[in-house]
Design a protein. Structure first.
Length: 424
């Protein structure tokens, strides 16, 4: 079993406990595969509906993207509302907006109800790295205010964003105070504790190697098996070859984050005056925020291979210094990477593989809020009311050209092309 990656989050994890691995064969109503936000949320919502739930995690709870990400609790979907309206129709776009609002609320409610200590704060500032992007963000804010009655977002001009971020790099943007940021690993660990308290049996170091297509189905690990009436597949970017029927619809990509040494309140405030999270407009996004102990947590850079860059501190620091060259003297205490799953159209991919096998994946870098919603919708569907799950299941999700085996070359070329445009 692999331990948590050496991250700021793992170093500041609260009450991480050892859940033990599966050693005996079990019977349950629902077996959840994957102990990230999606699996944990599904397990918790199912247990609250009186299902008998077993959750199997290959490594540690929150070991995947859920314990490593930028912590940005974003509004809406990865695609903006105007795009969704144009491609899916106004009615579906509105349903997706309302569900995404519910997603943020689920996270807030879980944190409050279970007393999860995960440094939740308000605000995401979207920063335009060129005039067109700044204009786009301003228009997107106006669009939400006018057409969705969402008054928690407002445009921010060049002068104001410069004052907020201590840099003249950006041309304007928008501030969404209905969005927020949190310590993702502590949120995941808190969900796990809540799930256990609700009756879920959680196991770590218990990789599922396969399951049959019967009803009930039997899932195998190296040492034991679980027989379940329903399966929830929640492996996202770490799915690998477990389920070839959905693997070709997602592309695993790697993204990287660093944590500086603590900067002290005064210096930290010069970087991010109002303690909001920041996400810029480049294709390979720079995203950053302050930790509770006043470090800069900076995400930047991606790659599309199975290997992470060898010197991650150096790799991400380059991105950070482009925004804040004044941090050249600052120590980098941690740098780490994680793998997320993107879909071709950057819409999440939900569905059923058999009448009793549900999955949700491909949150495309926008999963902190939507995964908690995914778990709730899966629980509704397993309990027999699938209308809301099916709003997502009906979204188009084309396979990557080349399928599971050959999807890499085309995507990598495309990604490099857009990443190159960022630099031009
Ligand atoms: C560096 C980085 C930064 C990001 N920043 C943000 C952000 O700021 N905001 C945002 O909204 N989103 C962000 N994301 C995306 C977000 O983290 C994901 O959308 C979300 O965490 C997905 O959760 P999940 O539970 O579906 O998958 P994961 O958290 O990846 O969990 C999947 C789990 O399944 C387990 N697993 C896989 N195969 C098996 C098996 N066979 N048997 C048992 N277990 C198995 C894995 O070990 C893993 O723990 C980021 C992602 C990364 C990597």
């Amino acid at each position: 079993m692999l331990q948590h990656t050496d991250s700021y989050y793992a170093a500041t994890a609260i009450s991480a406990r050892d859940w033990g691995s599966l050693t005996e064969s079990l019977r349950c109503d629902v077996c959840v595969i994957g102990g990230g936000f999606t699996g944990l949320s599904a397990a918790l919502h199912l247990a609250e509906r009186d299902f008998d739930v077993v959750l199997l995690e290959a490594e540690r709870i929150g070991w995947g993207a859920s314990g490593r990400n930028g912590g940005q609790l974003g509004s809406g979907q990865r695609k903006d509302q105007a795009w969704l309206e144009e491609h899916l129709g106004v009615a579906v776009a509105r349903q997706l907006w309302d569900l995404a609002e519910e997603a943020k609320q689920i996270v807030r409610d879980r944190i409050a109800r279970h007393g999860i200590d995960c440094d939740l704060k308000s605000g995401i500032l979207h920063a335009g790295h060129n005039p067109a992007a700044a204009e786009y963000f301003a228009q997107a804010a106006d669009y939400l205010r006018q057409n969705y009655q969402y008054d928690q977002i407002r445009p921010v001009d060049k002068t104001e964003i410069g004052d907020m971020l201590g840099t003249d790099r950006y041309f304007g943007g928008n501030l969404d105070v209905g969005a927020g940021h949190l310590h993702p690993l502590n949120y995941a660990l808190g969900l796990a504790r809540a799930a256990a308290a609700a009756g879920v049996r959680l196991f770590e170091g218990s990789r599922v190697s396969g399951y049959d297509r019967r009803d009930p189905t039997t899932l195998r690990t190296a040492t034991a098996s679980v027989t379940a009436n329903f399966v929830v597949l929640a492996c996202n970017g770490y799915l690998e070859s477990l389920e070839r029927r959905v693997a070709g619809r997602i592309m695993p990509i790697n993204n990287f984050v660093l944590a500086t040494e603590p900067l002290g309140s005064a210096r930290a405030k010069l970087l991010i005056r109002d303690d909001v999270a920041v996400a810029d407009s480049k294709f390979v996004i720079d995203y950053y925020r302050l930790s509770a102990d006043r470090r800069l947590l900076f995400g930047g850079g991606e790659n599309y291979t199975r290997q992470f860059p060898r010197d991650l501190k150096k790799f991400v620091r380059r991105y950070m210094l482009k925004v804040y060259p004044e941090l050249a003297d600052v120590e980098i205490d941690f740098a780490w990477g994680g793998t997320l799953a993107v879909t071709l159209r950057r819409l999440p991919h939900f569905g059923r593989l058999e009448p009793n096998v549900y999955f949700a994946q491909g949150f495309s870098g926008h999963g902190v809020a939507l995964t908690s919603l995914a778990g709730k919708l899966i629980a509704e569907a397993v309990a027999g009311t699938a209308e809301r799950f099916d709003i997502f299941a009906n979204l188009p999700c084309p396979a990557f050209p080349g399928g599971t085996l050959l999807r890499w070359p085309g995507l990598v070329l495309g990604m490099f092309y857009y990443a190159l445009r960022d630099r031009l």
